[in-house]
Design a binder for this molecule. Structure first.
Ligand SMILES: [Zn+2]
Length: 196
């Protein structure tokens, strides 16, 4: 199921909206240096918000392969990401660590990274981002457990508001064996800690 909403807004209208914002902050939208800025901003939005056109369930649900011989934890440590908070549209940047304990299905590494992109390249709140990635892996691979840790710095806090430059937010979601079995959770935390 794709949750891509069909937008009725034209690209020209979107660029005009950026021009309005430039005017509003006190700029001259016709100044040579920023004349093409609305175009560049909308192009950048295309990258930053590409996740709306991606269906993470389709990405992962159609690509897993079955294995019988590997039943140990699969961990990905340090997936860099850039997302934007839905309250301020300010970037929040960080790293995601994830793991799953396979049951019958294994996913390719690149597919898992694409799932992270599908959810990060949208307006987000970190707590929901964490839960959505875990739920998608859990629903599609039907593993014995899923663990996701997200650590990020939110520019709406580091560059404005409370202005705390080094504050980092850490959220996690532990499902199945990672929630119920201390030993398995510890193994994951150890793998994450190794890389720091
Ligand atoms: Zn924010």
């Amino acid at each position: 199921m794709s949750d891509k909403k069909k937008s009725g807004v034209s690209r020209a209208d979107a660029e005009a909206a950026v021009r309005t914002l430039l005017d509003w902050i006190g700029e001259d939208p016709d100044r040579a240096g920023i004349k093409r800025t609305p175009t560049r901003v909308i192009e950048s939005f295309g990258d930053w918000f590409a996740g709306y056109a991606m269906d993470p369930y389709e990405l992962l649900g159609n690509s897993f392969h079955s294995v019988n011989e590997y039943d140990r934890i699969v961990t990905l440590v340090g997936i860099d990401f850039a997302s934007h908070c839905e309250h301020h549209m300010a970037p929040f940047l960080g790293r995601i660590h994830l793991a799953y304990l396979p049951n019958k299905r294994l996913a390719g590494i690149s597919k898992l990274v694409r799932v992270v992109e599908a959810y990060t390249k949208r307006l987000q709140v970190q707590e929901r981002l964490t839960a959505e990635i875990a739920k998608c892996i859990n629903d599609t691979l039907e593993p014995r457990g899923v663990a996701v840790i997200v650590e990020a710095q939110h520019q709406c806090m580091t560059t404005r508001g409370v202005n705390k430059t080094n504050i980092k937010m850490v959220t996690d979601e532990m499902l199945g064996a990672f929630r119920d079995d201390d030993r398995i959770r510890a193994e994951f935390m150890h793998a994450v800690g190794q890389v720091g």
